[in-house]
Design a protein around this ligand. Structure first.
Ligand code: FES
Length: 108
């Protein structure tokens, strides 16, 4: 069973919607639907794809570049995130990552 994924801006205005299959990452589902999301490494290391979980249940593996502080702010990495319910993610409408500049791995 697929789940509906909604991308919203910082005011919760809808930007895109697509279906995500079991085991499929949010980024792969977006690409398959023709939705452009920022991406770099595609394996949880660069934080380029960072988005904020606004609703829904997800799974993100351990061992990514996310810090406890970023996770506590509900920031996730769509390139390694799968969903187990309908879900909504806040993204930058200009196509950039939501990761604060000063905590990107290459500037830590
Ligand atoms: S694309 Fe690098 S962490 Fe997602």
């Amino acid at each position: 069973m697929t789940h509906l994924v909604l991308l919203v801006d910082d005011a919760d205005r809808p930007l895109a919607r697509f279906r995500c299959a079991p085991g499929q990452t949010v980024l792969d589902a977006a690409v398959a639907a023709g939705v452009v999301m920022p991406a770099g490494c595609r394996h949880g290391a660069c934080r380029t794809c960072t988005a904020r979980l606004r609703a829904g249940r997800i799974h993100m593996p351990d061992g990514t570049a996310m810090t406890p502080e970023l996770l506590a702010d509900h920031l996730v990495l769509p390139c390694v995130t799968t969903v187990s319910s309908d879900a909504a993610f806040q993204v930058d409408p200009d196509g950039g990552p939501l990761t604060p500049e000063l905590v990107r791995p290459w500037t830590d």
